[in-house]
Design a protein around this ligand. Sequence first.
Ligand code: ASP
Ligand code: MG
Length: 427
Amino acid sequence: MEVYKFGGASVKDAQNIRQLAEIVKQAPRPLVIVVSAMGKTTNALEKIIDAYFFHNKDFSQQLQKIKNYHSEIAQELFPDSHSVFNYLERLFLRLENELSRPPSMNYDFDYDRIIVFGELISTTIISQYLNLQGQNNLWIDAREIIKTDNNHREGNVDWQLTETLIRKQLDFSNTDLYVTQGFIASDRNNQSISLGREGSDFSAAIIASALSADKLTVWKDVDGIYSADPKRFSQAQKINNLSYRETIELAFYGAKVIHPKTLKPLKDKNIPLYVKSFVNPQQPGTVIHSFAEDLSPKVPVIIVKDSQILISLAMRDASFITEKEIEKIFAIINRHKSKNNVMQRSALSFSFCTDYDHAHTPAMIEELKNHFTVKYNTDLTLYTIRHYTREVIEKITAGKEILLHQQSRHNVYFVVKETTEVPQTSL
Ligand code: ASP
Ligand code: MG
């Protein structure tokens, strides 16, 4: 059996959903398809959650926009009297219901119980549309098959329970096609839990692994993995084969190709991962598998991560930063669920660069201030160049203010302040 994953871009409008149905029609059976929220719905829901949680602001217009967006897509795909409109109405009522409860004290908990609607709505439309096309399928609530701890916004999977549930529920006894959501799961108390932004790839890998799939295909709006973002770098090269290891390295530093957690479950079961274009499905795309070790690129790979903050800590009395202090720093970083991308230590200071998260970073800084003198710069960009050459480093760093620079045998990292609008760089 195989698993297909369709990201937000590949279900962003009626035309793409028709294309999805075409791809699914050609696909082998049995098949599980895992689908993200449509287009930028998750971003839009995040804005609503912020308005709801932090600002007590009116979000009815934003909510209406999300409703209209999905209704218009459904109107293009279904006849007027189709039952999908009832299902959508019910889902929107449930979403409104969640938003009419007073916020809890826990942002991440509230985030999860609201964010899941993006995927619940998209898969309802997709499942019904496939049925309408004669591709009979069963819709599965992913929260009933993927179980995590209660670490909201980045649940840690309970592998054993999850595997048992997936095998039991997706046994293909009544169908050869299941449709389910990426990104969403639940804890043992059946509270909604999300798996981290862009986590649908990971969901697909969890399912592929539990069912020992022959392969997982991730359908995207690009035709594979590139050595750099083709939109930012004119000479980005397509990579045909990658090893799991190499892909994990790329994903960890923010290559937008695949969620970093996706690879491990696949690697453990030796399941190849295909990254393919849903516009040109006949193109081979990129294949990630265990035999690719020698084929992995030695071309420089450039990964850009925006919205970084560089935080520098020093002792108030200008004494050394000892291991004891570093232990304290890491405990605080961990408590605030911060992702530490690069770090550097000198005798008197400890600096680290992390993704800026408006719900957590300010509180982390406040806590650090209780112990250290804290300085920070925001709106930074982290460049990682893997398999770097001098020439590429010079091109990337030209005209940029470098705040932190670190180099290892395979990778070089630059935390920079972009001085101008990001121009297209030719490599
Ligand atoms: N819809 C979620 C997101 O945009 C999950 C995903 O797309 O993978 O982050
Ligand atoms: Mg997405």
